[in-house]
Ligand binder design. Structure first.
Ligand code: PLP
Length: 375
């Protein structure tokens, strides 16, 4: 029978406690939300939703085709100009998702015969970029510039190092200065995914590369998502203008994908302008993360010290993590639950996200529920 192997895989997943199911989400949830990536609490900000609505009214419900076919709007240009300027880069190019931006950056910058050095903790979209690229990939130990240096020494010719700036599972930061130094010693390019850094790290949320003094460097390329701090949807690549021109000509997820939806571009632009005007939102997200970590640790829970807004708490097993998250939900608290294959080291976790708009009372309540429901 066709697809019979699907049933066998489903049974194996069930036995390992790794079945994933979709849950309905009401428009107005009564839950305290520590599961979303809406770090700055902007997804429902009236200026952001109005930015989306205005853009849809002006430009339509969709982009109607690849920007190379149906043309590019002033809205896309405006977003690209303001994003690049805010983060300190020469140019930017927006994509329909952060996932597509990562596929674009890695595949277009790692041609046949080149080497890609990829951190073992990288996000799935960077990993998939490595899989699709024509260059060959060496996966190196997590957050170790020495391992990167060693890998680069094995290769003559073009090379690129790819890393998350803030790793999505544990919320720890990459050693960006060390990575840049390793790249420069070898003449390699550095591609970093700042999905969890934009809006949280750096001066006023300008991101981890800005904080590390790498903004505007001609050997550094940054990818971001518009779906976390900016409360919208979509992604972007930021870097030197010649890299961005190259992506327009060579990145398949730009060329063969419908342009970013106008509503998403309008929402992201409104959020970016809010962040520029209210830089304290970034500092508050970091402070909430630090407070969450301190209180969880004081309650005897094994939480990783956060470098940005992701706070990870170890769970005893995949089943334990799922039960823990469900028990939190039953007590009115939404938390993320990460388990294999989403965790490279096989350790299951609860994943909490610190939001700038959480009150001290909400932080206290969240920690109490997590402590009381601990398996
Ligand atoms: C580190 C990282 N990079 C890229 C992405 C993908 O971004 P998007 O959701 O916009 O496709 C995510 C998560 O969504 C992420 O956590």
């Amino acid at each position: 029978m066709a697809f019979a192997w699907i049933d066998e895989q489903a049974e194996l997943r069930r036995r390992a406690g790794l079945v994933r199911t979709l849950r309905p989400r009401p428009a107005q949830s009564p839950l305290l939300d520590l599961a979303s990536n809406d770090y700055l609490g902007l997804a429902r900000h009236p200026e952001v939703t109005e930015g989306a609505a205005r853009a849809a009214r002006t430009w339509g419900g969709g982009s109607t085709g690849s920007r190379l076919v149906t043309g590019t709007t002033e809205l896309h240009h405006e977003l690209e100009r303001e994003l690049a300027e805010f983060c300190g880069f020469e140019a930017a190019l927006v994509f329909s998702s952060g996932y597509a931006a990562n596929l674009a950056a890695v595949t277009a910058l790692a041609p046949h015969g080149s080497l890609i050095v990829s951190d073992a903790g990288n996000h799935a979209s960077l990993i998939d970029g490595c899989r699709l690229a024509r260059g060959s990939t060496q996966v190196v130990a997590h957050a170790e510039p020495d391992a990167v240096r060693k890998a680069l020494r094995t290769h003559e010719g073009a090379a690129v190092v790819v890393s998350d700036t803030v790793f999505s599972v544990d919320g720890d930061a990459a050693p960006l200065a060390g990575l840049a130094e390793a790249c420069r010693a070898h003449g390699a390019g550095l591609v970093v995914d700042d999905a969890h850094g934009l809006g949280v790290l750096g001066d006023g949320g300008r991101g981890a590369p800005h904080a590390a003094g790498l903004a505007g460097a001609d050997d550094v390329v940054v990818t971001v998502t518009l779906s976390k701090s900016l409360g919208s949807q979509g992604g972007a690549v930021l870097g030197p203008a010649r890299v961005i021109d190259h992506l327009v000509n060579a990145a398949r997820t730009f060329i063969f994908d419908t342009g970013l939806a106008p509503a998403a571009a309008g929402a992201a632009l409104a959020a970016l302008r809010l962040l520029r005007g209210e830089p304290q939102r970034a500092a508050r997200a970091r402070a909430v993360a630090a407070e969450l970590h301190a209180r969880l640790s004081a309650a005897g829970l094994e939480a990783v010290r956060p470098d940005a807004a992701v706070v990870s708490v170890r769970a005893p097993s995949p089943e334990g993590a799922v039960r823990w998250a469900a028990d939190c939900r039953a007590q009115g608290l939404a938390v993320g639950c990460f388990r294999p294959p989403s965790v490279p080291d096989g350790i299951s976790r609860l994943r909490l996200t610190a939001r700038a708009d959480l009150s001290d009372g909400q932080i206290e309540r969240a920690v109490r529920v997590i402590g009381e429901t601990r398996p």
